[in-house]
Design a protein around this ligand. Structure first.
Ligand code: 13P
Length: 262
């Protein structure tokens, strides 16, 4: 089995303010001063990106800075949107696209998500493509079809070398913010199916290298078991990423799990 460096992202969503976000960034960077064997990133709200960037930079932290969304056009009359160039200018290294709340609260479709992903990767940035089925879709047994469609359409016209910079986050909608974590077995099954699809879309080598992370009620006390699954390469953390001690513990659990898998 290829050994993949795990990735843990803290998606702060529409939480924190300038003071609490700064405190959180400081505490997380202090807790993860020696980031060994794991990539970690935080995704603060847009207005706090520059503040968090200064904190991470001043502390020499290797935690990466990410945004929760992006728009695919370079500039122009797109009121309220933020371009890839603007994010790069602010020191942002990676971005989420297609998060469940963007899909289901804001109404983003696969085609738009694909444009955003292409814009990020073409500009040399990293990206996290989020996919996941709703409760109705799972209860109807359609989870594999739904995730396949989201991955396939999300990755349309994205060449293999770009996949190096891509992380895929499997986040079942019914597990997000509900406290109902997917069982490690169910999550593993979907991760394996997504990896299999990547192998068919690209090749076995790309599939062995791409990181597929799990999101949905990951906590300090369930992270280790999830991350021990062969195809789960870390997590995208919502609620628990707002508590520095929990985010630090979850990130360390990912590094430990990777050692055991190596
Ligand atoms: P929770 O960890 O709060 O369930 O959120 C998961 C998520 O949506 C991360 O992007």
């Amino acid at each position: 089995m290829a050994s993949r460096k795990p990735f843990v992202g803290g998606n702060w969503k529409m939480n924190t303010n300038r003071t609490t976000g700064s405190d959180l960034a400081r505490a997380v960077s202090d807790g993860l001063m020696t980031l060994d064997g794991v990539d970690a990133a935080v995704f603060p709200p847009f207005p706090y990106l520059l503040t968090v960037r200064s904190i991470l930079r001043d502390r020499g932290s290797s935690i990466r800075l990410g945004s929760q969304d992006v728009y695919h056009q370079n500039d122009g009359a797109f009121t309220g949107e933020v371009s890839v160039a603007m994010l790069k200018d602010c020191g942002v290294q990676t971005a989420l696209v297609g998060h469940s709340e963007r899909r289901h609260v804001i109404g983003e479709k696969d085609e738009l998500i694909n444009k955003k992903l292409r814009a990020l990767l073409e500009a040399g940035m990293d990206a996290v493509l989020c996919v996941g089925e709703t409760l109705d879709e799972r209860e109807a047994g359609h989870q594999e079809i739904v995730n396949s469609r989201q991955v396939r359409t999300g990755l349309a016209e994205i060449p293999a070398p770009y996949a190096e910079r891509l992380v895929i986050a499997y986040e079942p909608v019914w597990a997000i913010g509900t406290g109902k974590t997917a069982s490690p077995q169910d999550a593993q099954e979907m991760h394996a199916a997504i990896r299999n699809l990547i192998s068919r879309l690209y090749n076995a080598d790309v599939a062995a290298r791409v990181r597929i992370i799990y999101g949905g009620s990951v906590k300090a006390d369930n992270a280790a078991e999830l991350f021990s699954q062969p195809d789960i390469d870390g997590g995208l953390i919502g609620g628990a990423s707002l508590k520095s001690a929990d985010f630090v513990a979850i990130t360390k659990a990912a590094a430990e799990a990777a050692k055991d898998k190596a």
